[in-house]
Design a protein around this ligand. Structure first.
Ligand SMILES: [Zn+2]
Length: 62
């Protein structure tokens, strides 16, 4: 059985295909929009869940 991915106390379900299995990876906010700035705010780390079915990436930055 697949493990459910829990985000904010809720089971994550793919927005696109409804699949419930994800690959969990660390991610960073994209800094390309503000190349001159390297503020901590724009290098925050987050977590991304990639649907194992369709590949859609769900990103969470807290
Ligand atoms: Zn999906």
């Amino acid at each position: 059985m697949a493990k459910d991915s829990i985000v904010n106390g809720k089971k994550l379900k793919c927005l696109i295909c409804g699949y419930k299995e994800f690959e969990k990876i660390n991610t960073k906010l994209n800094k390309k929009w503000l190349p001159a700035l390297d503020l901590e705010l724009f290098s925050r780390r987050g977590i991304a869940y990639i649907s194992k079915n369709c590949g859609f990436k769900h990103e969470f930055f807290k």
